[in-house]
Ligand binder design. Structure first.
Ligand code: GLN
Length: 190
């Protein structure tokens, strides 16, 4: 199994460390052709507007859309924003996850926090929120996995998993294992 981590901007090195410690081979994706050779993709946290600029500059969008429609994808924070079909007061990016997200919805950088959250199918996990988005609305086929402070912060829609928070900068590996399992299941089905 090989998990690709989009490495244009943001916390991609944390994701690499996080998945490597779980014994999975990872590859940092810096060019679109590298997407052809992976079993699952991680879209890290960072700054979604900057990532979008780089996605356009390096002509990633078509290949990203294709992989997000066909392989397991995990978006954290800015990654979740990139996946959303609707972003409040902002353009849509990849647009494969049927949710409406609000950027920086928990406040500014100084309002960052770490709190435990109970995630359906996964259990209690440690979540770090850094200028995190939350989900205002979900489509019918989206499963809400986690609610925190009365708002939606974790969802799954088929092959797409997304969280408002960053598991990759904690020692809590439960979400990583859950995603690896998603990837495993698609490999076994193929
Ligand atoms: N606020 C950032 C954005 O809109 C996301 C923050 C994060 O990924 N930690 O892209």
């Amino acid at each position: 199994m090989k998990i690709g981590i989009l490495a244009l901007q943001g916390s991609y090195l944390d994701h690499q460390r996080y998945f490597n410690q779980l014994g999975v081979e990872t590859v940092l994706i810096k060019e679109p052709y590298q997407l052809k050779d992976i079993d699952g993709l991680v879209l890290p946290g960072g700054e979604s507007t900057t990532m979008r600029r780089l996605i356009d500059r390096y002509h990633f969008m078509d290949d990203l859309k294709e992989i997000c429609e066909t392989k397991p994808v995990f978006g954290t924070c800015a990654g979740m924003i990139l996946l959303a079909k609707e972003v409040v007061d902002n353009p849509t990016h990849i647009g494969v996850l049927d949710v409406k997200v609000k950027r920086n919805a928990f406040g500014r950088q100084v309002d960052s926090f770490e709190e435990k959250i109970l995630v359906d199918e996964i259990g209690e996990v440690e979540g770090v929120y850094i200028r995190a988005p939350y989900i205002e609305k979900v489509g019918e086929t989206v499963k809400v996995l986690g609610i925190h402070r009365d708002v939606i912060v974790a969802v799954r829609q088929g092959n797409v998993l997304a969280t408002s928070f960053h598991p990759e900068i904690t020692d809590d590996t439960k979400i990583g294992k859950y995603f690896i399992n998603m990837v495993d299941n698609t490999i076994n089905k193929a």
